[in-house]
Design a protein around this ligand. Structure first.
Ligand code: ITT
Length: 193
């Protein structure tokens, strides 16, 4: 089955394709002639995931899904949250975001945080939402070279390594996105029958 995934983030694309496996072939917006930036202006992850999926569905008429993810840090009242991509600057500057996060947590004892992914699926014109959460903590220094974004600073509960020190399969097995995508996959398999 072919399905359109509303992302321009190559890391996300490969993580999601790995979880969905060969039964699903992911198409990107570019594959479908959508080259402009997909709007993402809502105040919540749910709102943004729906906004991206609705935009692509309106542009292409195809079944599609979008993921919006935020890092929610307890001592920062849930920030950067929905602003995770644009925390330090307007762009997706991972290094600047990580520096600002460490700066804002300097001296704070409570390092608890969670990643939350919301997936919005539009299938046969109907909308469905899936959510995946992983809890963990923000460590003091960036550690590891794998993954992307805040991965070098996030150590999931039950592990002594950050997401950036894990293989893609290890990260997917516990991550927010892995959890949400497994629900999506189960739903798609169930509706295919
Ligand atoms: P698309 O909207 O094109 O899918 P994006 O990078 O903007 O890509 P999000 O809005 O969902 O994706 O994610 C916001 C930011 O959160 C992202 O830029 C990263 O900094 C961070 N992020 C998302 N998922 C992450 C992950 O699995 N590990 C580490 N950081 C992540």
């Amino acid at each position: 089955m072919k399905i359109l995934f509303a992302t321009n983030n190559a890391h996300k694309l490969s993580e999601v394709q790995a979880v969905l496996g060969d039964a699903f072939e992911l198409l990107t917006p570019r594959d479908c002639g959508v080259t402009e930036e997909i709007p993402e202006t809502q105040p919540t992850l749910e709102g943004n995931a729906l906004q991206k999926a609705r935009y692509l569905h309106a542009r292409t008429g195809l079944d599609c899904f979008a993921d919006d993810t935020g890092l929610e840090v307890e001592a920062l009242d849930g920030a950067p949250g929905v602003r995770s991509a644009r925390y330090a600057t307007d762009g997706h500057d991972f290094a600047a975001n990580n520096r600002l996060l460490l700066q804002n947590l300097a001296g704070k004892q409570n390092r608890r945080a969670r990643f939350r992914t919301v997936i919005a699926l539009i299938l046969g014109g109907e909308e469905h939402l899936f959510e995946g959460i992983v809890r963990g903590r923000i460590i003091e220094h960036e550690t590891g070279d794998e993954g992307f974004g805040y991965d070098p600073l996030f150590r999931p509960e039950g592990f002594d390594r950050t997401f950036a020190q894990m293989t893609a399969d290890e990260k997917n097995a516990t991550s927010h996105r892995g959890r949400a995508v497994r629900q999506l996959a189960a739903f798609l398999h169930a509706t295919e029958k």
